[in-house]
Ligand binder design. Structure first.
Ligand code: PEP
Ligand code: MG
Length: 588
């Protein structure tokens, strides 16, 4: 009897899926190598050319399909991959390997892939590894084509499958048409990798960071994937499947019941308003929610606009993009964060140096202040767009007061320059900072003197407070936002901001949990910003309690000594909310 095992990974995109695994061998361990006679060399070079042409055609088809399903920006990566294959230098290298060492085309392509991964991926840091994956991925496709892998078989069949791969890349996510993919599960990849963005855009259930996943799978093995809990269950038993079915039914009923709340104002039962904004990661996200259901955009990660192309966007391109978002939001506030690349968010065309500790290295505002031209161009585009809506600018990865002063100097300089050039700029463009580097917790008054608002980035704040890498599956169990010191930090931010009368919110992922959002309201935050699909449940939870009840709920959490106790406190509330919802749904 096969062993039933539940593997824990990192949840990337929600949903439940049960089905057979299809392993995408995007990372091949062994490639057959054989020697070819001299007269066979042209044949091998011909096979290589045929495979290259075949892959280019498939990429073009994928580009067209993704453009239709997800939009042209998400499809652009396939054009980049085609361009990588057209690089004459790489092709010359592979042909030379075939000719000089008389090996088959597969082995020569594998040699190139290894070279790319050694020189790029061997460098430390998720960002560079991600870049290496992007550059070598199209060549893996050529290898796959040459090896005539089982793709043809899976393409010919009609069943839906759970795609399993070593690393979450755009190729994996689009390996099959959307309707054939039940879920995507991977060993590696960043929560904000390009593949993750695409998985969310396409609405695929996705779990990553499952250690040794491929070693435990075999082709067609039945699995059950939970994109909320971040689990993959191998050989689910009858009981597992029954539980899964119940959970699915429950989630569907709940989702239907809370959907109605999305259109309601976000406020406590006593009428106190709580700001509910949306996080936006790509332009496509803007099409997925009703603007009228939000209090604006609380976090627009502009780096994703940079990541979805193959060179830095010009000021004009940025201006048009920012203007479009502001106009689309119809006068609602739009908080655009300046470029936050580095760490786990690489740009394929901007190589950052190898770093031992990328999360502690050259990223966010640190890059912008060193490459001030980048910041100037972005600020200029933002300020020019400011007349088309209600723009706020947010600075990421701030750790010192000097950085705020410096960024403000750039901001003021750009504003004066635009005025001198005759551009219109909104009279008031608030500037805020992300609270995600713990040093700011100890100079909050001085921070708040310098900025108009703060937004807590708990994704990073938790990793830095607890010294736990947010993308490392091996320490995922230690990444615990409900640790009492994290709550103490959050309370400190909310209390200080309140005292000095400046707005404060949370845009990190913890706020997407409705009960945690209630806790944040009780701690004194003015609002949160979450992925739009969570707004209905969030409003439902907030509307279930008066402001005083939310405060009591938060204070009770603050008196608890361990994360386990805090979680239990939240779970109790969640159960009560779900029960009420069940009743409401039944009555409705
Ligand atoms: C955060 O750190 O919480 C945050 C919102 O920023 P990002 O996840 O983009 O680092
Ligand atoms: Mg962050």
């Amino acid at each position: 009897m096969p062993q039933n095992r539940s593997l824990k990974g990192i949840a990337v995109a929600p949903g439940l899926a049960v089905g057979p695994v299809h392993i995408v061998r995007a990372a091949l361990d062994e490639v057959p190598t054989w020697f070819v006679r001299e007269d066979e060399v042209p044949l091998e070079i011909g096979r290589l050319a045929g495979a290259l042409m075949g892959v280019s055609e498939v990429l073009a088809q994928q580009e067209a399909r993704v453009a239709k399903e997800a939009g042209p920006k998400d499809a652009a990566i396939f054009a980049v991959h085609r361009a990588i294959l057209e690089d004459p230098g790489a092709l010359r290298d592979v042909e030379k390997t075939i000719r000089d060492t008389r090996v088959n085309a597969e082995a020569a392509v594998q040699k190139l892939i290894e070279h790319l991964e050694r020189t790029l991926g061997g460098l430390d840091g998720n960002n560079l590894r991600g870049y290496a994956a992007d550059v070598s991925d199209p060549w893996r496709r050529v290898l796959d084509m040459l090896l005539d892998r089982d793709r043809e078989e899976v393409h010919r069949s009609n069943g839906r499958v759970v795609l399993a791969a070593s690393e979450l890349t755009p190729q994996v996510v689009t390996y099959l048409p959307r309707e054939r993919i039940l879920a995507v599960i991977c060993e590696k990849g960043g929560r904000f990798s390009h593949g993750a963005v695409l998985a969310r855009s396409l609405g695929l259930t996705c779990v990553i960071g499952v250690p040794n996943l491929l070693g435990r799978l075999e082709q067609n093995m039945p699995v059950a994937v939970d994109g909320v809990l971040g689990t993959v269950t191998l050989y689910p038993s009858e009981e597992d499947l029954a539980r899964f079915g119940e959970e699915e039914q429950l989630r569907r009923t709940r989702a239907e019941a809370v959907a109605g709340f999305a259109a309601e104002p976000c406020q406590s039962s006593c009428g106190k308003r709580f700001v509910a904004q949306a996080n936006v990661e790509s332009l496509l996200d803007l099409e997925t929610f009703d603007v009228a259901h939000t209090d604006g955009i609380g976090l627009l990660r502009t780096e994703f606009l940079y990541m979805e192309r193959n060179q830095f966007p010009s000021e004009e391109e940025q201006y048009r993009l920012y203007r479009r978002v502001l106009e689309q939001m119809g006068g609602r506030p739009v908080t655009m964060r300046t470029l936050d690349i580095g760490g786990d968010k690489p740009l394929p065309y901007f190589k950052t140096p190898p770093e031992k500790n990328p999360a502690l290295g050259w990223r966010g505002l640190r890059i912008s202040l060193q490459w001030t031209d980048l910041l100037r161009v972005q600020m200029s585009a933002l300020l020019r767009a400011s007349v088309h809506g209600d723009l706020r600018i947010l600075l990421p990865m701030v750790g010192t007061l000097e950085q705020i002063d410096e960024a403000r100097r750039v901001f003021d300089g750009v504003r004066s320059q635009l005025a001198a050039q005759g551009y219109d700029v909104a009279a008031d463009v608030p500037v805020g900072v992300m609270i995600e580097v713990p040093s700011l917790l100890f100079c909050l008054e001085a921070v708040l003197e310098r900025v108009d608002f703060v937004s807590v980035g708990t994704n990073d704040l938790v990793q830095y407070l607890l010294a736990v890498d947010r993308d490392n599956a091996w320490v995922a169990g230690l990444y615990e936002p409900m640790q009492p010191p994290v709550l103490a930090a959050l309370e400190r931010v909310a209390e200080t901001a309140r005292r000095v009368g400046k707005p404060c919110s949370v845009c990190g992922d913890i706020a997407a949990d409705a009960v945690t959002a209630l806790l944040l309201a009780g701690l004194g935050f003015d609002g949160v910003s979450v992925a739009p699909q969570f707004l209905g449940e969030l409003k439902y939870a907030l509307r279930s309690a008066s402001a005083a009840e939310a405060r009591d709920f938060a204070q009770a959490a603050r008196r608890l000594g361990t994360a386990k106790e805090v979680r239990a406190h939240l779970a109790e509330r969640r159960r009560a909310l779900h029960n009420r919802l069940g009743g409401a749904a039944a009555k409705g």
